[in-house]
Design a protein around this ligand. Structure first.
Ligand SMILES: Nc1nc2c(c(=O)[nH]1)N[C@H]1C(S)=C(S)[C@@H](COP(=O)(O)OP(=O)(O)OC[C@H]3O[C@@H](n4cnc5c(=O)[nH]c(N)nc54)[C@H](O)[C@@H]3O)O[C@H]1N2
Ligand SMILES: Nc1nc2c(c(=O)[nH]1)N[C@H]1C(S)=C(S)[C@@H](COP(=O)(O)OP(=O)(O)OC[C@H]3O[C@@H](n4cnc5c(=O)[nH]c(N)nc54)[C@H](O)[C@@H]3O)O[C@H]1N2
Ligand code: SF4
Ligand SMILES: [Mo]
Length: 687
């Protein structure tokens, strides 16, 4: 058996180093205090510079989540109708034998009728796709296109800078001007906010660009409260002003960029006045920002994923990523842009996930963002076989995927065989045929890259598994054995997988003793150009995109559902996360849910008055896709014409068994095939 045991706890109190598993750019280094085998406290590792000994409120409550009385402790088999959430305990052997039989029978017809569904419930490379990837590759199951979060921005960066690459986050502390663009850093990138505060104490100006007057916006020096999905128009107007005032670094542009003449021509079509009408902010405010950006060095942009959850998210990322090359901001280590540095991490995904086990087969790929439609699609030549089995781990699609009424219809199919590996009886687990108890980060090994800093962080198990829980890896190992897979890769243990993840690129002994290890990353990555694009330049014009028949230059691509375009649904809705939840994780942790209270919709005073809505009143938010009941909060956090439906509640813990994704659509972005959670028209009425 390869199950990881808890460390020897002969001593009454020990401290175990770990990594925060959540999908958060900070990837904090943890220290867990274990007394007589029980984890009593989870703290930030004070030795890790980025964490600096501090965790967010959510993960400070990690022991409350781990020892939650509602943890799934045994395998469970469905006894009621799909979705009713009625289950009986069953032994591991019986559950795995039945699951293996069901999957084998489907695979004998066509393994592509089986689909894995996973995302970043843990960002660990081992409990993520290591053993799971091996299992599904050996099986020949459909592949999953993991687009639900970041692929529009990711492709935008790749087609401009050459990859998910950017500034080293620590140098934001030395910037003189910081644009916080599509990021509520206080809620979702807390340790970056600490660096921004440091810069500000040294005199830096912070400018937040966000349709919501977020916690971060209200604490910044300036807030451009733009209409959702209009960021490219703003970026072009900034370029327009940089050109008109000649706040350009001509030498940098000539040596390190591609497509300048064409970009200049496009930018000249975007006067601040034109952008002001599209973005819904005063032209004077755009001019002032352009002046600041054009005349302050070093200037840095913290771009984050909130601005790319709209139709034009990929193009907007491209437009914004052009800015630092125009002013030569990249010359300084405290200048440039950071959206993600995940491409810095030399993770050996092929070694972990073993795509070679496909042995020449090329299964179809299903986009996780259209799971609602895809579960309901019949067999066809174009689509291939109907999806007959779904194995869900590290994700809660019934709550987080767009257009949930369609997702629920898919999960409710009586002929769909669904297995969910989980800590809790989530909305998704309610639709399972089997729920299998998985370990949490305190109970297993893992190793983490991250997208917000450039250190590898190791997670060592602090306590024994709760109940009969097993690591995801062990569940897939046992399932592989049941399926008769005898390849040696199916018995490799978790510590070996951690060692294999980065191979010689990282000093594993240092990870074991210190908990984290920095990657060698240049301080100013593009000071001398060296972009990782085909041309080696910052590509204003992308030949690769042009060859795909797309616009080689970035452009402003309006939303699918443009504000003001529909008389039935006059309000634009965005649904950024509630501060004390992490996507749908922690919604069931009572102390955190108590802070959030009820699911809320922030609405401006004028939109509320026009509808007879008073603060605290329960409202119905609706469009053609569905309706959602929540509590109205009249607040200047919402700009007139835009409502903020904070996410992502468990449906069953909300007001009427739905959440905000009842309203979002399965339409996709311009690049990256990603969902458009913040591109959604609705109306609201009091109940
Ligand atoms: N507390 C907390 N932290 C989290 C998460 C969480 O759920 N809760 N989720 C984690 C995950 S998975 C991710 S991907 C990151 C997400 O964190 P971010 O990358 O920061 O993205 P969001 O939180 O989606 O949105 C950030 C801000 O963008 C704004 N925004 C919405 N639409 C637009 C637009 O069109 N233009 C602009 N300029 N801004 C817009 C939103 O109002 C929000 O304030 O955070 C991670 N951290
Ligand atoms: N309306 C709207 N919808 C959104 C968003 C939004 O801003 N607005 N944000 C989107 C974004 S950015 C993202 S990333 C997605 C996130 O969507 P998901 O990736 O589904 O993230 P979570 O909701 O946190 O659910 C993760 C689940 O994994 C489980 N889990 C954690 N660790 C483990 C483990 O080790 N093993 C197993 N088996 N399970 C584990 C947790 O218990 C949890 O239920 O949601 C998207 N949906
Ligand atoms: S969720 Fe983010 S801020 Fe909170 S502990 Fe984890 S990595 Fe740190
Ligand atoms: Mo995400």
């Amino acid at each position: 058996m390869t199950l990881t045991a808890a460390p020897v706890t002969a001593k009454a109190s020990v401290q175990i180093r770990g990594a925060c598993p959540h999908d958060c750019p900070d990837t904090c280094a943890l220290v867990t205090t274990v007394e007589n085998g029980i984890a009593t406290e989870v703290r930030g590792n004070p030795a890790h510079p980025m964490t600096a000994g501090v965790l967010c409120t959510k993960v400070s409550r990690y022991t409350e989540r781990t020892y939650h009385p509602e943890r799934v402790r045994t395998p469970l088999r469905r006894v009621g109708p799909k979705g009713a959430g009625r289950f009986e305990p069953v032994g591991w052997d019986e559950a795995l034998a039945d699951i293996a039989d069901r999957l084998s029978a489907i695979a004998a017809r066509d393994p592509q009728a089986i689909l894995p569904y996973s995302y970043a419930g843990t960002m660990g490379l081992v409990q993520g796709e290591a053993m799971a990837g091996r299992f599904f590759h050996r099986l020949g199951a459909s592949l999953l296109d993991r687009t639900i979060c970041a692929s529009a921005g990711g492709e935008g960066l790749t087609h401009t800078l050459g990859g998910k690459l950017g500034m080293k986050v620590e140098f934001f502390a030395e910037s003189r001007l910081i644009l916080i663009w599509g990021s509520n850093s206080i809620a979702s990138n807390l340790h970056f906010w600490r660096l921004a505060q440091q810069a500000r104490r040294e005199g830096a100006k912070l400018v937040c660009i966000d349709p919501r007057r977020s916690e971060t916006a209200e604490k910044s020096d300036e807030h451009l409260q733009i209409q959702p999905g209009t960021d490219a128009a703003l970026a072009f107007a900034l370029m327009h002003e940089l050109i008109v005032h000649d706040w350009l670094d001509h030498d940098y542009i000539a040596r390190h960029t591609l497509g300048w003449d064409a970009l200049r021509e496009r930018a000249m079509q975007w006067s601040p006045e034109r952008a002001a009408t599209v973005c819904g902010v005063p032209a004077a405010q755009i001019r002032a920002l352009a002046r600041d950006y054009g005349t302050t060095q070093p200037a840095a942009i913290r771009l984050n994923y909130g601005m790319q959850r709209v139709r034009g998210g990929g193009n907007a990322t491209r437009a914004i990523a052009c800015l630092p090359a125009l002013t030569g901001a990249w010359r300084h280590r405290a200048g440039g842009l950071l959206m993600s540095n995940s491409a810095r991490f030399p993770a050996r995904r092929d070694v972990l996930q073993r795509p070679d086990l496909l042995a020449g087969r090329q299964p179809r790929t299903i986009n996780m963002s259209t799971i609602g439609d895809d579960l309901l699609r019949p067999v066809s030549a174009e689509f291939g076989p109907r999806i007959e089995a779904l194995i869900v781990y590290n994700s809660n699609p019934v709550a987080v995927a767009p257009d949930s009424s369609q997702v629920v219809r898919g999960f409710a199919r009586e002929d769909l065989f669904t297995v969910v590996l989980e800590h809790f009886q989530t909305d998704t687990a309610d639709y399972a045929d089997y729920v299998l108890p998985a370990t949490t980060q305190l109970e297993h090994w893992d190793i983490h890259g991250t997208y917000g800093h450039t250190d590898v962080v190791l997670n060592q198990p602090a306590i024994a598994p709760i109940g009969q829980a097993l690591p995801n890896t062990e569940i897939f190992r046992r399932l592989a054995a049941r399926m008769g897979y005898t390849e040696p890769c199916f018995v490799e243990d978790d510590e070996s997988l951690c060692r294999a993840a980065f191979g010689d690129a990282i000093d594993f002994d240092r990870l074991l003793t210190q908990g984290f290890a920095p990657l060698p990353v240049p301080d100013a990555p593009f000071a001398e150009g060296g972009f990782q694009t085909p041309s080696g330049r910052c590509e204003f014009f992308s030949e690769r995109l042009a060859r795909q028949g797309l616009d080689g230059l970035p452009d402003h691509v309006p939303n699918h559902e443009v504000a003001g375009s529909s008389t039935r649904y006059p309000l634009a809705m965005i649904s950024p996360p509630a501060r004390h939840f992490l996507n749908s994780s922690f919604v069931n942790v009572k102390s955190l849910r108590d802070i959030e209270g009820e699911p809320v919709l922030e609405i401006s005073a004028e939109d509320a008055a026009a509808r007879g809505i008073t603060s605290g009143r329960v409202v119905r938010v609706f469009n053609d896709r569905g309706d959602y009941h929540c509590q109205a909060v009249i607040s200047d956090r919402a700009r007139p014409g835009v409502v903020n439906g904070l996410g992502i509640w468990w449906r069953k813990l909300g007001l009427r068994g739905t959440n905000v994704n009842e309203l979002t659509s399965q339409k996709l972005t311009d690049l990256g095939r990603a969902p458009v959670f913040y591109d959604c028209l609705v109306d609201v009425q009091p109940l």
